[in-house]
Design a protein around this ligand. Structure first.
Ligand SMILES: [Fe+2]
Length: 306
């Protein structure tokens, strides 16, 4: 973990172009960037309202989520005054954290896509969730319904809890783990699918489906592997018990940034965290040879993205 001391809520302490690139490289190597004080504005009334919000059902919706592009909140009762106010607060949060990420991680700005934001109001310790949804087991992130085709999942977290830390475990980054575990996790099958003579047809199907306005999930061999790897790590008791781990406590009002598709992470305890997800274009990475796609393609020798 690297503590950031030259960027605060007031911006860079000195012209930040070089520093910005350096911080991106640290992220891509698998470090967490940590801000002891949140580097963007979160008004007190927004904090108080969020802490008072309750989810409809913590089992049906894992978190309260917000989709910036549609302005839609999920996980609260529809059409209530609370839902509208929360939508406004999360929209303002999304704008501020996005402005911050563009300034702090400038090399990613060009191809940066806003994914979802979430508010995690439920205590994580002792949460009863099905295996694949458990947060307390080390895993790398992959989204079943939003394949990235080699682009990266970057997440910014803020601990809104006024008194308790949020406690995480992290493991060795993807470029260290993959040579050891990717074979067992099914890389050969994905490489075989990538080399299949039917692949040109598979690649054409999403375009055909979209021309016919049919829903079609365009999941590349890379996305299939990453989704399988998420499940593989969670189900692998030997890995969970014996892999090298670091334990982190993120204090109240701290913020941290991490590529969650390459840094295995688990949350042990804490409630009231805000999170924003971004998709970083693979073209904007400063250390492309550390990207999971590049690591996997080197291991299997097949092109995995569409
Ligand atoms: Fe995760």
């Amino acid at each position: 973990m690297i503590e950031v001391s030259d960027y605060t809520i007031h911006g860079w302490a000195a012209p930040g172009e070089e520093r910005s690139r350096w911080y991106c490289s640290r992220l891509e190597e698998g470090h967490i960037l940590f801000f002891p004080e949140t580097p963007f504005d979160l008004p007190d009334e927004a904090r108080a309202f969020l802490i008072g919000s309750r989810q409809t059902s913590a089992t049906y919706h894992k978190n309260i989520s917000f989709r910036p592009r549609e302005g839609r909140v999920r996980g609260l009762e529809r059409g209530t005054a609370d839902e509208r106010r929360l939508g406004g607060i999360l929209a303002a949060y999304s704008q501020r954290v996005t402005r911050f990420s563009r300034a702090f991680l400038a090399p990613y700005t060009r191809g940066l896509q806003l994914d979802f934001a979430s508010f995690r109001s439920v205590e994580e310790r002792g949460r009863d969730l099905p295996l694949k949804q458990r947060n307390d087991l080390l895993h790398t992130d992959a989204f079943p319904t939003r394949p990235t085709n080699g682009n990266r999942i970057l997440r910014i977290f803020t601990n809104l809890n006024p008194s308790e830390p949020r406690v995480w475990l992290t493991g060795e980054p993807f470029h260290v783990l993959a040579p050891r575990l990717a074979g067992d996790a099914g890389l050969d099958e994905c490489a075989e699918a990538a080399r299949s003579r039917w692949r040109p047809l598979r690649r054409a199907l999403p375009r055909l489906a979209s021309a016919l306005r049919l829903p079609w999930l365009d999941r590349s061999p890379y996305d299939r592997f990453m989704l399988g790897f998420h499940d593989y790590l969670k189900a692998n008791k030997v890995f969970q018990d014996s892999t090298m781990k670091s334990r982190w406590e993120f204090p109240p009002n701290s913020t941290w940034i991490v590529f969650t598709d390459s840094v295995p992470h688990a949350v042990l305890s804490g409630r009231f965290a805000l999170e924003h997800t971004y998709i970083v274009s693979e073209d904007d990475l400063v250390l492309p040879d550390r990207s999971p796609r590049e690591v996997l393609e080197k291991l299997c020798g097949a092109p995995l993205t569409n």
